[in-house]
Design a protein around this ligand. Sequence first.
Ligand SMILES: Nc1ncnc2c1ncn2[C@@H]1O[C@H](COP(=O)(O)OP(=O)(O)OP(=O)(O)O)[C@@H](O)[C@H]1O
Ligand SMILES: [Mg+2]
Length: 439
Amino acid sequence: MQRLLVVEDDSAVRNNIVTCLELEGFQVDSVGTTREALDRLNAESYPIVLSDIYLDERTGLDVLRAARTARGDCAVILMSGRGSMETVMAATRGGAFDYLAKPFDLDDMVEKVRRAVASFDVLEEKEARIDDIPETDMIGSSPQMVEIFKTLAKVAPTDATLLIEGETGTGKELIARMIHRFSKRSEKGFVAVDCGSIPPSLLESELFGALKGSFTGADRDRVGVFEAANNGTVFLDEIGDIDLNFQAKLLRVLQEREIRPLGSPRGKPIDVRIVAATNKNVRQLVEQGKFREDLWFRLDVVRVELPSLRERRGDVPLLAQTFLDRYNERYGMRAILTESGVRALDSYTWPGNVRQLQHMIERLVILAPQGRIDETAVRDAIADGEGKESLGETLEDAKAEQIRKVLAATGGNKSKASKILGIERKTLYRLIERFGLDR
Ligand SMILES: Nc1ncnc2c1ncn2[C@@H]1O[C@H](COP(=O)(O)OP(=O)(O)OP(=O)(O)O)[C@@H](O)[C@H]1O
Ligand SMILES: [Mg+2]
């Protein structure tokens, strides 16, 4: 049975709290003044203290200090009806376990106390720590990644064109940058173009340049990406998104190794290495007639297929530790990852892959209660993320199913469907594409 001290000057509230916690099986002592609280804390050892903030001439912050002095691992939950940025800051700085705004649901209070109890279980738990992480940007020691590193080591120094395929967040851009860094062009420029976000009508001038007056708005000569990156590397990101019309133009440039800026009568020879990337399966696009086969062959000289994170779970602990160190350093924190925390990270599906893991660790370094990234902290962070971005597989499935139903009901009328679903048409198109509902 867990021992608990409740400090609350309002006797009605105090009795409520005490009764409720006793029903939950806690052994509860309660007092109504800070004087009594400090005496109690001197006399006995409480692992958990629940204290109001505004009491008498002293406050809950004094109780917090005394409790943490008496027992370094004491979990103190502060409550207040007059919470402000300042009180919450002071509570956090003083090492409070949690903060409850009054009035609160007794269920919420019990939940917080349970968490405090659970935090003791994990305090027993060992920190999971991997030493000697290699000095590199690209973390991964799974067999799949090692195979990729071997390919890259061979290809990087050559001028060969590469096509990198992989889900979102698997490290396609990172790979492209590494290839450039380890090539003989490394002293020259690396220019990345997100083909998916540039309107088709602007792609040509963006990539190949334009002379003044060649189109409305061209008030001066523009140097295109290919020219800016001459002798270096051009990274064509989201290559699967370019339209057929532009595919033909790109193909010609790759074949002839010269660009013709918009409005220019002459071509300019150009020497760039092309690395292209996509989160789509280009072979499939070719089969569907959405991507030119000849352009695909040109780009697909060497193909790198980046595995999703769930296909190489072995890398999760290593990545997590790397990001933990990075963000601890960046934010001046000392968060640790516990064994149960690593297990929880390990068993998640990571639809957003390495990027999602990275962001989650960043958030946890800052927010994990008492700097301990344990199972509960990870589960909460996952639930948060799924609430916000609905990245969870089951939620994604549910969403896809919902859209499929509405599309069927509207006979595929997207503008009706988007109204029924309450989303913008643009968003609907994106989701249809993401879930492959157009096939
Ligand atoms: N193996 C890895 N080791 C360390 N960091 C990685 C690794 N893979 C990816 N990252 C990091 O994850 C983030 C996402 O990577 P990147 O931008 O390369 O993904 P991407 O495949 O291009 O994703 P998208 O398709 O969404 O553009 C970056 O911050 C990158 O540094
Ligand atoms: Mg990318």
